[in-house]
Ligand binder design. Structure first.
Ligand SMILES: [Zn+2]
Length: 139
């Protein structure tokens, strides 16, 4: 698969809207980055290629957020209904920031580090305001 898109956050977002979690892989040293980077931070190589992640991983860290940005408040999240923001370590060994769905943000003690997760693409908003968010849910 040859993809001509630049290795940018914009492309990363575009792929998310197509339900693809993509990273960039350095062709020189094999380092993998998600979100993608145009230049390898390990060997400074600039020969990158797109790689699609399998979308499976485990919870590495999380925070329950009771007071979020306005677009989260509009989605019904507040002090009584906190949402969970986490870091997911993918099977490919890369860590991505994502929303963690289908867990109870008001009971952080019940959320376990290392929980196996699977990707879930959240399409929110309509028309020009639509946006896809990267989320994961327990497997
Ligand atoms: Zn490299």
């Amino acid at each position: 698969m040859v993809e001509e898109r630049p290795f940018s956050d914009f492309s990363y977002q575009q792929f998310l809207s197509e339900e693809k979690l993509m990273g960039s892989k350095c062709q020189k040293c094999g380092a993998l980055f998600a979100p993608p980077r145009p230049i390898c931070i390990k060997c400074h190589g600039t020969e990158m290629e797109w790689v699609e992640m399998k979308g499976r991983g485990k919870l590495a860290a999380f925070t329950c957020i009771a007071i979020g940005p306005p677009f989260m408040i509009e989605q019904g999240y507040d002090r009584k209904h906190p949402y969970v923001s986490g870091v997911v370590e993918l099977e490919e060994g890369v860590r991505v920031d994502a929303r963690i769905e289908e867990v109870d943000g008001s009971k952080p003690e019940a959320i376990k580090i290392s929980t196996p997760l699977v990707v879930k693409f959240l399409h929110l908003g309509e028309g020009e305001n639509s946006r896809t968010f990267l989320a994961f849910r327990p497997l």
